[in-house]
Design a binder for this molecule. Structure first.
Ligand SMILES: C[C@H](O)[C@H](O)[C@H]1CNC2=NC(N)=NC(=O)C2=N1
Length: 100
């Protein structure tokens, strides 16, 4: 598989830069895709997490995340690949869609 969209390999610097340009609110922190969301309430935050959990399970790709009241902090990396892959970018994109 040579296509980075379908393979399970780390994105290049250029690919990562391009992806970040299309992912509002996300940055790289400690080698992981990182974003913090803030909602109006705990119920909204947890509703977002519930929806994203189902997306993650269907992708077979799971977030590292942390919730305090109305905040959800997410870090994405692909353990199998030892870095950020297209799957992390895809999950980040879906998280942004759900948080709207
Ligand atoms: C066997 C299973 O598909 C793997 O362990 C998956 C599960 N979810 C995962 N999630 C993330 N974020 N990275 C992985 O490498 C990963 N691997």
């Amino acid at each position: 598989m040579s296509n980075s969209q379908t393979s399970n390999s780390q994105l290049s610097e250029a690919e990562l830069k391009k992806a970040l340009g299309e992912l509002s609110g996300w940055s790289i922190e400690a080698g992981k895709l990182h974003r913090q969301y803030q909602f109006k309430s705990f119920v909204e935050a947890f509703g977002f997490m519930s929806s994203l959990a189902l997306v993650a399970e269907s992708m077979g790709h799971h977030p590292e995340w942390f919730n305090v009241y109305n905040r959800v902090t997410i870090d994405l990396t692909t353990h199998d690949a030892g870095g950020i892959t297209a799957k992390d970018v895809e999950l980040a994109r879906k998280a942004n869609q759900l948080a709207k």
